[in-house]
Design a protein around this ligand. Structure first.
Ligand SMILES: Cc1ncc(C[n+]2csc(CCOP(=O)(O)OP(=O)(O)O)c2C)c(N)n1
Ligand code: SF4
Ligand SMILES: [Mg+2]
Length: 351
């Protein structure tokens, strides 16, 4: 088993489940729903980072349901921050620690700073602060966006991460208008990777692929500077399915190609897990219907809605690996490691 060296700045990559630390740093005492994948993200996140970690969290299910008065599941130090403030909280804490260490007020040692936010708090309200944080390369902090595809805590309102056509309390399906929400999901990790060259690590993960996710967290914390990880988290309440299927839905999101797993490290994109297998032709991409039909939020879909959804996902796979950032044609030159080849991209666009 790999030796754990938490606190010394070394978080080795986890080779398999036998290497996963036994320590639980996010324990019982919370009130998230049964089958809540966002809670699982929290558990994996601190398991990967270890005890020398400070967690900051913006308002949302992972704050409200996790820290009801006099109870907390956090074994590590934790602080709440305002809904749109995960980026500012991460940067401020990292800067504060740096000053305290420089002045000799605290021991000079590696302390991981992780600020989490939901899709409402991060992809919508707090995107400006996250963007600003990712330009400050002198400070070590990770922003983790847990994406349950709605403002879940305030009863499932539509966010920029809600998928096309899904029912939320702000987008009910009616007899006159079947689809109230017809915008495609905003590509947050792609957008951040494209525009923040000072950030050395930006990744997309999913708790259904736990080791992959924990390794991304570790890489983000090890590489230093400001980093970002976005997870897709099935939410039984908002997505309307039985809680026992959360992991299965995480797998399906990836296997249907809706949620590609990847990491962009120092400008090089690396596909991971089943996404890599699909791109290399070793695994067949499943039809999106397999994913959509399992959730009540898509129960109103007509055939044409499923077709449109499939078309948009196909477009991503045939034209873009990361929409607007890395084209598939560049990937075809090298099936595993992708360099952002700006020249090839330009030639392709002007052809
Ligand atoms: C500035 C501000 N506006 C509104 C709220 C009310 N509010 C609390 S949690 C929440 C939903 C947050 O959604 P998200 O960030 O996606 O987290 P989730 O609840 O889905 O975990 C809202 C709107 C607030 N706390 N602060
Ligand atoms: S509403 Fe969704 S995100 Fe919130 S606690 Fe329940 S399952 Fe988790
Ligand atoms: Mg949310």
């Amino acid at each position: 088993m790999a030796v754990e060296t938490h606190g010394t700045g070394t978080l080795p990559q986890i080779k398999g489940v036998k290497d996963v630390p036994y320590d639980e740093l996010f324990v019982s005492g919370h009130r998230t729903c049964q089958g809540c994948e966002s809670a699982l993200v929290m558990r994996h996140m601190v398991k990967a980072s270890g005890p020398r970690t400070i967690v900051l969290g913006s308002t949302g299910c992972m704050y409200v349901a996790n820290t009801t008065y006099y109870t907390t599941p956090w074994v590590v130090p934790w602080m709440h921050t305002q809904l749109g403030a995960s980026g500012s909280a991460a940067l401020g804490t990292a800067a504060g620690l740096k000053v305290l260490m420089r002045k000799g007020k605290i021991k000079d040692e590696k302390i991981n700073v992780i600020a989490f936010c939901g899709d409402g708090g991060g992809a919508d309200m707090g995107i400006g602060a996250i963007s600003a944080t990712l330009t400050h390369k002198d400070y070590n902090c990770l922003v983790l966006l847990y994406d349950n595809e709605s403002y879940a805590n305030t009863d499932i309102q539509l966010s920029s991460q809600t998928p096309y056509g899904a029912v939320t309390t702000f987008s009910p399906s009616g007899s006159k208008k079947r689809l109230m929400h017809t915008r495609w999901k905003k590509n947050v990790p792609g957008m951040l990777a494209a525009g923040h060259p000072e950030s050395r690590f930006i990744a997309a993960g999913c708790a259904a692929y736990a080791v992959d996710l924990m390794n991304k967290i570790r890489k983000a914390l090890e590489i230093g500077g400001p980093t970002f990880v976005h997870t897709l988290d099935p939410c039984p309440k908002g997505w309307d399915y039985h809680p026992q299927y959360s992991q299965e839905l995480g797998h399906l999101a990836v296997e249907c190609g809706i949620w590609p797993l990847y990491e962009v490290m120092d400008g090089v994109c690396n596909l991971t897990g089943p996404t890599r297998q699909i791109a290399e032709g070793r695994k067949k991409r499943k039809p999106v219907y397999e994913y959509l039909k399992r959730q009540g939020r898509f129960a109103h879909f007509a055939d044409e809605d499923v077709e449109h959804f499939q078309h948009e996902v196909d477009k991503m796979w045939t034209e873009w690996l990361i929409p607007g950032v890395i084209p598939f044609t560049v990937q075809a030159k090298d099936q595993t490691i992708l360099k952002i080849d700006k020249k090839a991209l330009h030639e392709q666009k002007t052809a």
